[in-house]
Ligand binder design. Structure first.
Ligand SMILES: [Zn+2]
Length: 408
């Protein structure tokens, strides 16, 4: 079925079965297809949360009876209490299909040994684990919790690929020399970073491996996007299940999906059953590609530039902590690549200079010229005045999962 036909059916399904969308779409013309989707309202996470009640902890966008639910995940609840993500058996199946496409784009396939570090816990990332069985690799789930056990698995089982967050991939390089390990593909996901040129170069050099990234969003699906070996953005692995759009994050106005365009990523389910979402704001800031990739895939591509939730505005200029890390990372080997932005004021708006702690490389001394050079480069690239504090190696927190780039 074409995406347009799927969308029309999904929209009719929402109007029929979702109390949330029946109310939201009242007064809107729902007769159009994908080419007129921008006429329909956007969905915010907090709107969904606001409809949760003790009787319906899923929210009023739930479209099925409870006994039709096959699985319930939770989101990590960085902005408060967890949200529940209900799925029917068909929804789970589609998630696994999309994730398998995303991860196989990286080049892994039957015969490969793949170590994963996601925990099969309450979060949707756990659903991506099923994708590795679907791809047909030899799956070695190690989870997080013990870097020693992970390094031992790499040494003894000689995996071809490893799946982890970019932060953890960087941290492991501090614990062990991995350049000559068996790992030839490092698949990163869970946070922005894998697509930042300097950070990727550091990981590729340290691991002696090709680094590709994947990305999902809890409410819509895990690993919706996966990068191919061309490393020119992540392909929509969940094509046919999810439609992607770009909007202006300030006004919500639709932006054309064309090569080089940037904006906030908005996603719409096309064939979801339990709690489909229409024009869901992901808070991910992305750059997109529309043209076919050299790998032969014609699906849309994105690269994540940062999360709106992490964004700061310094005298009118949007600053993403992940972009600060990318600029600072280019000063390797003088720096470790770890940074921490320390806003002085509560909220998004900050007065310059913005304090940034930059961690030095192992055994490097704090050199005032280095701090000045980093400050100059940040001003040049990101148009932001900073106050750079060089801190000793090891003083910023390491993570087996997502790293914290902002501290208040
Ligand atoms: Zn490609």
């Amino acid at each position: 079925m074409s995406d347009d036909a799927s969308f029309r059916e999904q929209l009719a399904y929402l109007v029929e079965r979702s109390p949330f969308y029946r109310e939201k779409l009242a007064g809107h013309d729902t007769s159009g297809g994908l080419d007129s989707i921008a006429r329909l309202p956007l969905t915010e996470k907090r709107e969904l949360k606001a409809t949760c009640t003790p009787d319906n902890p899923f929210g009023s966008h739930l479209c099925v009876e409870r006994d039709e639910l096959a699985r319930v995940y939770s989101t990590s609840g960085t902005t408060g209490t967890p949200s529940y993500i209900p799925l029917t058996a068909a929804d789970v199946e589609n998630w696994v299909t999309g994730s398998a496409r995303s991860y196989s784009a990286s080049g892994i396939g039957p015969g490969d040994v793949v170590v994963t570090t996601y925990n099969a816990g309450p979060f949707v990332a756990g659903a991506a684990l099923d994708a590795f069985a679907r791809i047909g690799v030899t799956h070695v789930p190690v989870g997080t919790g013990s870097s020693e056990r992970l390094l031992l698995a790499i040494e003894q089982l000689r995996p071809d690929a490893i799946v982890l967050t970019p932060s953890y991939a960087a941290y492991l390089l501090e614990l062990a020399p991995l350049r000559d390990s068996s790992v030839r593909r490092v698949l990163v996901a869970g946070e922005p970073g894998g697509g930042e040129a300097a950070f990727r170069a550091k990981l590729e050099d340290g691991w002696g491996a090709r680094v590709t990234e994947a990305m999902g969003i809890g409410d819509v699906g895990p690993s919706l996007w996966g990068e191919c070996e061309q490393q020119e953005g992540m392909h929509l692995g969940a094509h046919g299940f999810v439609h992607a759009e770009l909007i202006d994050p300030e006004t919500g106005a639709a932006r054309a999906w064309e090569d080089g365009a940037t904006g906030e990523l908005v996603l719409t389910h096309l064939r979801h059953r339990a709690a489909p979402l229409l024009r869901f704001r992901t808070r991910d800031q992305v750059r997109v590609w529309a043209s076919p990739c050299a790998c032969g895939r014609t699906t849309p591509r994105v690269r994540c530039l940062g999360r709106t939730d992490d964004m700061l505005i310094v005298r009118g200029v949007n600053v993403y902590p992940s972009a600060v890390r990318e600029v600072v990372g280019a000063f390797a080997p003088a720096v470790s690549g770890n940074i921490l932005v320390k806003p002085r004021a509560a909220g998004v708006k900050q007065e310059p200079p913005l304090p940034v702690a930059v961690e030095l490389a192992r055994e490097a001394d704090a050199d005032p010229d280095l701090a000045a050079a980093i400050r100059g480069r940040l001003r040049e690239v990101l148009v932001v005045q900073t106050q750079v504090e060089l801190v000793p190696f090891g003083s910023l927190q390491r993570s087996e999962y997502k790293s914290k780039l902002v501290s208040r």
